[in-house]
Ligand binder design. Sequence first.
Ligand code: KG4
Ligand code: ZN
Length: 342
Amino acid sequence: MLLLGIETSCDETSAAVARGPTDRGVEVLSNVVASQDDLHAHFGGIVPEVASRRHIEMILPVIREAMQRASVTWEDLEGIAVTNGPGLIGSLVVGVSTAKGLAQARSLPLVGVHHLEAHIYSAAIGRPLPFPLLALIASGGHSHLVLVRDHGHYQVLGRTRDDAPGEAFDKGARLLGLPYPGGPQLAALADSFSGRVTALPRAQLPNSRDFSFSGVKTALARTVRAGQPDEPERARLAAAYQESIALSLADRTLQVADEIGECPIFAVGGVARNARLRQLLAERADKTGLRVHFPDPDLCTDNGAMVAAAGIHKLARVGADPTDLDCFDNLPLQSWAKNSRR
Ligand code: KG4
Ligand code: ZN
């Protein structure tokens, strides 16, 4: 099946063409991402109204470019997948309306994809998903541990009780005076520190499968306000902060993987780009005999390819959505697999 995938849930306008499933998972023919970082940098964060206006300007050129790069025509395509929640409603509505209009005009089946399942399916690009698997979704808006028993069969085992890890990275970056987008900037500053790294205090949440990142943010805020740190001290603090978030994510994920038994781990979402998190998870998983996988870094942050990958499997198994597909800022992750127990 050859699908166009469209993603506009936050501040990235993206479209991709993908084919699958094959014995090597989903194959991506093109994946075009128009970032809005330059636009929101002026404001130090995402301005929803500005984001939706830019999506309107970019969506058709981005789709056109994705189809050109993949060398496909409308006649070649067999469906359109689009993220329909959760996310910024003014951003989602641009992608969903465009997808609906194109599906109607070209008589193509349309399928709505949950943003978190799209992140999970970023792991299906280049390899078939081995079930059951444990997905750590670590992004700017979410921190979820999801047991995926089969295609479209999700059981949320843990989630953040306060901030998402990407949000924590972004807020930490702001406290350290780093420009937007903060997460990658903080990670780069942290990685430039060559001394001994001691993690900042972090929430422990005993007997839980949840995450919490608000405590480490408070610890950083107190330290920064107390000391007016110079450049080397800011690098040390960035490393301590990153270490704390990475340890929280890695420890909890491995604890849950151990509790549910032998099952591969896939770390996905924007924060799964983080090199220290990748290193910690890989080292610790190796020690306990667990397997951990990461998508290509470019497939971790929001993109249309992961939406197409999820759409290919969903369309093949449960068919198209009605033409009045709606979008939702707040949308729980629900199983769609036939006979699934949530
Ligand atoms: O998955 P994503 O593109 O969007 C959401 O669904 O939220 O994730 C974006 C988040 C941002 O908070 C960004 O700061 C964070 O991922 N991020 C990183 C890195 N690259 C992106 N955080 C830590 N280290 C990175 N290298
Ligand atoms: Zn995302």
